[in-house]
Design a binder for this molecule. Structure first.
Ligand code: CDP
Length: 130
């Protein structure tokens, strides 16, 4: 079976990480995630990230280096995070319940979706380095 990739963006501006609060499915409603989504046929992962962030948050971005482990999901999907630069625009929650910006000190107390908790060490490092 083809492994399909889900991409997620770690966008840090002024020492804060952009997170988006999920509306669905019910078991993830209200939890915060790195925004992103599934890579579609014919797309590179970084193309998909650019498209998802445009669709979900109305921002223009450029994916940089990958961070953290690749997380296996159900149905042959794997989840990857990329450090991502905000090139232009102000993020708006077009698909999520809300967006928020979180510092390294705040991050451990945020209700992240379980998969994204795997990246906490790298996210905190990226925040502290910024
Ligand atoms: O929007 P799209 O259907 O392309 O993707 P999604 O539903 O946002 O994400 C696909 C899968 O990846 C779901 O199971 C999400 O829960 C998971 N995901 C995640 O665990 N962490 C993220 N930061 C983004 C997606």
């Amino acid at each position: 079976m083809n492994v399909r990739v889900v991409v997620a963006a770690a966008i840090v501006v002024d020492g804060r990480l952009l997170l988006a609060q999920r509306r669905r499915p019910a078991e993830l409603e209200g939890l915060w995630e790195l925004p992103g989504g599934k890579v579609e046929a014919g797309e590179t992962p970084t193309d998909a990230l650019r498209r998802e962030l445009r669709e979900e948050l109305d921002i223009e971005t450029e994916a940089g280096e990958r961070i953290g482990v690749e997380v296996p999901l159900a149905d042959g999907l794997v989840l990857r995070a990329y450090l991502t630069e905000l090139v232009s625009g102000t993020p708006r929650a077009l698909d999520h319940a809300a967006i928020g910006w979180f510092s390294a000190a705040e991050l451990p107390a945020v209700d992240l979706v379980p998969n994204d908790r795997m990246w906490l060490p790298e996210l905190e490092r990226a925040l502290r380095a910024s």
